[in-house]
Design a protein around this ligand. Structure first.
Ligand SMILES: C[S@@+](CC[C@H](N)C(=O)[O-])C[C@H]1O[C@@H](n2cnc3c(N)ncnc32)[C@H](O)[C@@H]1O
Length: 667
């Protein structure tokens, strides 16, 4: 479907309880912005608007990512034309680049970024957060100190304004107050305007939609099926399409009460999927794959959130400055910002800027990097320690590498590898700009580790992926991913993860950890990859990521069962946390890989590294082998009938016709 059609999308559905503080923040965006970025922010504002921007509500949201539910009425019907093009935020640190960008996209031009960011929208106003962002094996003090060893000469001067500990919060609040005072009245006015608009839209929508409690007529009569078919050969009425989506979701929420007599969940679900494809522009294949991850209402929220750009976030480079100093400097330049949340001590969310964020003196001096909030998370989970030896297997353009180095205070050594040579240029650029000195950049296919070098204290594998978590940034994912991609990518990811595990020194005194992350939300690229590694490498176990928010990974999905420890992994969704979709898993390696192989893990070829302690496992991974090894032998004969039953039950629960099971490719 054409972009023009999609441009007319309306606000999101009633939010879920997990809705985030940062979504609330968007409620306070100005009306009269003119550039693309502002338009996107404005859309978020409409979506979140009416019940939210009360300052008291904003205050409550200071503590972290998950907050009380956002108000519903205006959002439910907050219909506004929107701009759907995602904001190309992180040119420097586009860790969400999927394998497509991995295939050769160089770093975007910072100048282009300037244009994009020139004049970002206003947001909301919390005091600066102060909680530790530590991982499970990194204590608060280490993080508290993380930014205080550099810029010594400035530190004393700044302490008057930004003293540590208890003074810090006051000073930060003052700064924030100074920042927000000028906006306060504007926000009140804006809220009034938005409330009035939301009310008008509610009334308009009420005229068009079914009255709550009625049985909505969303399905066509059986002999009208072609007409009701979501293929929608003529340009659809987006308002009506949206109304039908919300009505269908409502029916699926309360099926017994709201469904028409004689209609099945499967029919409603099929209609909803068609409408989602027509309304949001997904291929049927991907729409279904993503839909299956959630209950219908949450799926709707997910699709809706993919239409809105995530907030602009910068990460303070603590090798060069402190967050409060950076915030002060940027505020002085006309940037409106606030801490990204208490979960991070280095992130700043930018709401509005009078200057291009990719060209400020502070940017050029390497005091910050544009980096999506979710991409902080794998590094926080990795929790690198000073003086360690760390491998970042797929590192370009280096947002995570440079964060690792900052946490290590430029001690130890980071091997920053990427198989794409042109992307390593961007990586090198960031390393220089940010003053990173403990890094060796290399250009191998990461499958070659640990043959190249092994024995690392920690390894980060931020894997190439399908990018289903970053659809707001790259809408092409909606249509360009095929079934083949979801076989090919997991295959690569599994191999890379084994290489990551085999590259870690299990006897490391300080580490022995592997973090696996993707910016995708599919089970194939996440839990299934992790399960594969657990099966192949009994010498690793999943441990807590130490991350303070995030949903647990699936232990059951469709007919698949994963190891109970999968709940230690974390999933991030745009609709739940207003961050890019992400997945983070952390492993601890307990013994050498050769011991694992002795215990029955696969691995046809092996060779010793690290004085014979570890083994390189380059056994080719075949589809057959995967089927056999995933999910602990579920394909055994005696299990078959239970598997079949479970699959059918699952499909019925999802509202789909179990008879389609046979036509579906094997999971
Ligand atoms: C998600 S991006 C990494 C983003 C990076 N970690 C960051 O934070 O800036 C995935 C990267 O994997 C790289 N890649 C793809 N296949 C690879 C392979 N076999 N070995 C090493 N790197 C690979 C791509 O070039 C791409 O830069």
């Amino acid at each position: 479907m054409g972009v023009g059609r999609r441009m007319k999308k309306q606000g999101p559905p009633p939010p879920l309880d997990e809705s985030l503080v940062t979504r609330k923040r968007k409620a306070a965006l100005p009306e009269k912005d003119t550039n693309g970025f502002r338009a996107k922010k404005r859309r978020a504002s409409k979506e979140d608007a009416a019940p939210l921007p009360k300052k008291s509500a904003l205050k409550q949201s200071k503590s972290g990512m998950e907050t009380a539910p956002v108000g519903k009425a205006a959002r439910a019907n907050g219909v506004k034309p929107v701009q759907r093009k995602p904001l190309p935020v992180d040119d420097e640190e586009d860790e969400e680049d999927d394998e497509a960008s991995a295939d050769g996209d160089a770093i975007d031009d910072p100048d282009a970024l300037e244009d994009e960011l020139d004049g970002v929208g206003v947001g909301n106003l919390d005091a600066l957060g102060s909680e530790s962002e530590d991982g499970d094996d990194l204590d608060d003090d280490e993080f508290l100190q993380s930014g205080s060893d550099v810029m010594d000469s400035d530190t004393e001067i700044q302490k008057g304004i930004w003293s540590e500990d208890e003074d810090e919060e006051n000073a930060e609040e003052k700064l924030t107050a100074a920042n927000i005072e000028g906006l306060s009245r504007k926000l009140d006015m804006q809220q009034a305007v938005e409330e009035a608009e939301a009310q008008a839209e509610l009334e308009e929508a009420a005229m068009q939609t079914n009255i709550s409690g009625d049985r909505p007529k969303v399905l066509g009569d059986e002999d009208e099926d072609d007409e009701a078919d979501g293929t929608l050969k003529l340009a659809p009425d987006l308002q009506l399409l949206r109304t039908r989506i919300t009505d269908t979701v409502r029916v699926l929420d309360d099926f017994t009460k709201l469904a028409e007599d004689g209609r099945s969940r499967a029919e409603y679900t099929a209609q909803l999927l068609k409408d989602i494809c027509a309304y949001y522009g997904y291929s049927p294949f991907l729409a279904e794959k993503l839909f299956e991850l959630f209950p219908p209402r949450e799926a709707f929220a997910f699709f809706e959130a993919n239409e809105t750009a995530r907030p602009v976030v910068i990460r303070t480079n603590t090798l060069r400055t402190h967050r409060r100093e950076l915030a002060q400097a940027l505020i002085n330049r006309g940037v409106t910002l606030e801490p990204v949340g208490k979960w991070s001590k280095v992130g700043l969310q930018v709401f509005e800027s009078q200057v291009p964020l990719g060209a400020t003196p502070e940017y050029l001096a390497g005091h910050y990097i544009l980096q999506a909030a979710s991409s902080f998370l794998p590094v926080m989970a990795l929790a690198p320690q000073e003086h360690e030896r760390i491998l970042d297997m797929a590192a370009a353009p280096g947002g995570k590498t440079t964060y690792i180095s900052a946490l290590m205070k430029n001690t130890g050594c980071v091997f920053a590898n990427d198989s794409n040579k042109s992307r390593t240029k961007g990586l090198i650029g960031n390393i220089h700009r940010l003053g990173v000195k403990n890094t060796i950049v290399c250009n191998y296919n990461a499958l070659e580790f640990p043959k190249v070098i092994g024995g690392f204290d920690r390894v980060l594998l931020d894997a190439p992926c399908s990018g289903t978590g970053v659809i707001a940034k790259d809408a092409s994912v909606k249509t360009n991913k095929t079934e083949q991609d979801f076989l090919r990518l997991p295959h690569l990811q599994k191999q890379l993860l084994l290489a990551a595990i085999d590259s870690v020194d299990h006897a490391s005194k300080t580490g022995g950890y592997i973090v696996y992350s993707t910016c995708s939300v599919t089970v194939e690229e996440n839990e299934q990859v992790v399960q594969y590694a657990l099966n192949k490498r009994p010498n690793v176990k999943l441990v807590s990521t130490g991350l303070v928010f995030g949903k647990e990974g699936f232990t059951n999905y469709m007919s698949k069962k994963f190891h109970p420890s999968m709940k230690e992994t974390r999933r991030y969704y745009p609709h739940a946390y207003n961050v890019d979709g992400f997945f983070v898993a952390k492993f601890k390696k307990m013994g050498p890989t050769n011991a694992a192989l002795k215990n029955g893990s696969s691995g046809a070829t092996s060779e010793h590294v690290n004085g014979g302690a570890d083994i390189v496992d380059n056994a080719p991974i075949t589809t057959d082998e995967e089927d056999k090894n995933d999910f602990g032998g579920w394909d055994e004969e005696e299990d078959e009938k239970y598997i079949e039953q479970a699959k059918k039950k699952q499909l019925r629960r999802k509202g789909r016709d179990p008879r389609t099971l046979k036509r579906r490719p094997a999971q």
